[in-house]
Design a protein around this ligand. Structure first.
Ligand SMILES: [Zn+2]
Length: 400
């Protein structure tokens, strides 16, 4: 199986979106966690943007030694100088250069011709590769760039020293088929450079960031740029946790491996939420509060018989802690009632008494019991399968 490089841009693309700005200490704390998570590259910042961003990039670069640290720069001398300062103490630095290549961006934003942009790109990639051991080039708005011009740019940057070429769907416009075709067309023209790594960077404006990233992998891309909780400009980037879990669950379909430690996904997601104060929606895949909650009675029943009926991944696998209830002599009964209530079971007094009796029987020496134990118990009580006197009135209880 091929190795897929995971390029985390939570500290750059994620951090620059509204509500997610982080100070130097917060960035450091998150960078340490993301390194532990097993990503290959951490994009630490965009040093020309502000003195604070430069300082945070320098701090992350000085501390993170196992993964590569990238700094972003437009293809302009002052940007590159700032990025190189940011990377000064990095053990494994990567200069990440970009310039827009679509006619729309060239004409209205940069006010440059295609030829002027190409000259500028080549000049800065050459300079960058003389001053940094690894250079990535991103053709901003690649998915809306004329394919012949895009290929011309890609060949030129590769000939000038870039070894990773990122073709972002900057505005989240592409579809999986379009995006895969672009990569195949570009790869076909890179015949003389089989070692060049093509990279995808997708935005979720149409809810397609993960689908487009997976399509890119199918088309031979071996680096995906993504973020924790999918944060990023506008609707955000492809979410790292969704990508990692999709590749794990569907190993049969995508023959690539990553170094991501799945059990660290949930703790990392929680750390980002607590640093920024922005939590993920309850229905968010993998890390949302409801991602592993089963409300419908039929689903709960299936899960208890065999979790595979409704769960394609066990929550513990991605680091969701098994929620345990502590049953004490005095507070236990109320705690049990409220926990059952949170799980969607409103109990009668008789049901509660019976559940409590069974829970105490089942509880281990620490008097702890998991949610799954509780669901099993309430179902047994309601089916009249309790080992002792059946609970009266169980048919009157409701399952929300
Ligand atoms: Zn982006």
């Amino acid at each position: 199986m091929d190795k897929l490089q995971i390029f985390d841009t939570t500290l750059r693309d994620g951090e620059q979106s509204p509500g997610f700005s982080m100070n130097r200490e917060e960035k450091l704390q998150l960078a340490r966690q993301i390194e532990q998570l097993g990503v290959d590259i951490i994009e630490a910042g965009f040093p020309i943007a502000s003195p604070g961003d430069l300082e945070a990039t320098r701090a992350v670069a000085a501390e993170i030694k196992h993964c590569r640290v990238a700094a972003l720069a437009r293809a302009r001398q002052e940007d590159v100088d700032a990025a190189l300062r940011g990377l000064e103490h990095a053990a494994k630095p990567r200069l990440h250069l970009f310039l827009a290549t679509s006619d729309l961006h060239l004409k209205y934003k940069l006010r440059m011709t295609r030829e002027q942009a190409l000259d500028q790109i080549v000049k800065m990639v050459r300079f960058g590769s003389q001053h940094c051991e690894e250079v990535e080039f991103s053709a901003e708005d690649a998915s809306r760039t004329d394919i012949d011009y895009l290929t011309q740019v890609v060949l030129a940057v590769v000939e000038s020293g870039a070894t990773i070429v990122n073709l972002p769907d900057t505005v989240g416009y592409s579809t999986p088929d379009d995006y895969a075709k672009m990569f195949r067309d570009v790869r076909a023209r890179l015949g003389a450079y089989p070692d060049i790594i093509l990279s995808a960077h997708c935005h979720d404006d149409l809810g397609l960031a993960l689908a487009n990233s997976l399509a890119a992998i199918d088309a031979g891309v071996r680096q995906i740029e993504c973020t924790i909780n999918g944060i990023g400009e506008r609707a955000g980037n492809a979410s790292l946790e969704e990508l990692a879990v999709a590749l794990h669950v569907r190993q049969d379909r995508y023959a690539v491996t990553t170094n991501i430690k799945l059990e660290m996904l949930y703790p990392t997601s929680r750390m980002l939420s607590s640093i920024t104060g922005v939590s993920v929606p309850p229905n968010k895949a993998v890390v949302g509060a409801n991602a592993f909650a089963h409300e419908a009675g039929i689903h709960q029943d299936g899960i208890l018989k065999n979790p595979l009926t409704y769960e394609i991944i066990v929550p513990e696998k991605v680091g969701v802690p098994a929620r345990k209830l502590v049953l004490g002599k005095h507070s236990g009964r109320n705690a049990l009632r409220s926990r059952l209530d949170e799980l969607g079971f409103q109990t009668t007094d008789a049901e509660l008494a019976e559940c409590y009796r069974m829970a105490m029987l089942q509880a281990d020496a620490e008097k702890e019991i998991t949610d799954r134990d509780l669901i099993s118990i309430i179902h047994k009580v309601r089916r009249g399968q309790a080992p002792a006197p059946a609970a009266p009135g169980s048919s009157a209880a409701t399952v929300r």
